[in-house]
Design a protein around this ligand. Structure first.
Ligand code: SF4
Ligand code: SF4
Length: 305
């Protein structure tokens, strides 16, 4: 699975709601949108570069339903697995929801990922989440709910709602980046886990490609995950860059935790950080990055069990 090429596709960073925790946007949201012709040509280039999965994400992709449908069709014709990440705003009633799901199904969508959290649900009724999930079940579209949580007591009620309604959901830890950067952290002790990241690349509406689609786009001190811009490079070149960078490969294979330990972080400190925060401490610090870059093919290579 590790070497299959997949990418998050940011057709637009526009969203119809404004969640307080949004990792895709800072305080002043960017609202760039790709040109459809350009987006189609990127998908065709992805086919040539042997990309096997595309996740339509960024802002709310289904604001651009007809455009996304065209892009899904091209993917489907070329055997690319497709996922749309949505907040479900379009599923106000069962009929409205069925209408959208049937169009996505006809286009060949592989999977719908529906976002749900105390932050999303300040703007979108829970009923929408239920309607969207039920339409997927009814029309045979694979779906799951991404339950974004900070693991607080308050979130239990949201989890109960999903359970009570027999919905397929997976908890996703909120990422303390983007608008959630300033959130108060609850103390969290976890196992001393490896924190390996597969790192799906992300293409922004401005055609910048990043090696990581999550908090990594906000590492603005070092731009560590920025691979280049599609105006100057081919997708194949940028994928290759991501696949051959030794530090990225250490993140994939060794994991953030062991890299932090190598860099001198105490283990009792490491277990207090979420992985993206630890990643930021390591790779968005020009000094630490310089050090790690210097030893990534020598001493860091020896740091495997
Ligand atoms: S988290 Fe998703 S739904 Fe909420 S503002 Fe960000 S892009 Fe929009
Ligand atoms: S830990 Fe680093 S590579 Fe992994 S998702 Fe977070 S920012 Fe990206």
């Amino acid at each position: 699975m590790g070497n299959i090429r997949k990418s998050a596709f940011g057709y637009s960073t526009k969203c119809n709601i404004r969640c307080e925790h949004c990792v895709a946007a800072g305080e002043t949201p960017q609202t760039g949108t790709m040109n459809l012709i350009q987006a189609k040509s990127i998908i065709h280039e992805m086919v040539q570069a042997n990309v096997k999965g595309v996740s339509f994400t960024a802002g709310e992709p289904l604001i651009f339903l007809s455009e996304i449908i065209e892009l899904i069709k091209i993917c489907c014709e070329n055997n690319i697995y497709t996922r749309v990440v949505t907040n479900g705003f379009w599923a106000k009633t069962c009929d409205m929801s069925d209408l959208v799901i049937l169009q996505l199904k006809d286009a060949g969508l592989s999977q719908l990922r529906i976002s749900f959290s105390k932050w999303h649900q300040k703007h979108i009724s829970r009923k929408n989440i239920l309607n969207a999930s039920n339409s997927c079940k009814k029309h045979g579209i694979n779906y799951f709910i991404s339950f974004v949580t900070d693991f607080s007591k308050e979130d239990e009620e949201y989890e109960d709602f999903l359970r009570k309604n027999n919905l397929k959901f997976f908890p996703e830890p909120v990422i303390f980046s983007g608008r959630a950067e300033g959130f108060r952290r609850h103390e969290l002790y976890t196992d001393y886990q490896a924190n390996c990241c597969f790192m799906n690349p992300y293409i922004s509406p401005e055609l910048d490609m990043y090696a990581c689609c999550d908090a990594g786009i906000h590492f603005t001190n070092t731009n560590f995950f920025h691979l280049g811009n599609l105006k100057n490079n081919t997708i194949d070149e940028l994928f290759l860059k991501s696949e051959t960078n030794s530090l990225y490969n250490h993140i994939r294979n060794m994991g953030i935790t062991a890299i932090a330990s190598f860099a001198g972080f105490k283990s009792r400190e490491i277990i207090k950080y979420r992985k993206c925060e630890l990643c930021k401490l390591l790779f968005d610090s020009p000094e630490t990055l310089k050090f790690l870059g210097k030893v990534s093919n020598t001493r860091l290579n020896e740091w495997y069990r």
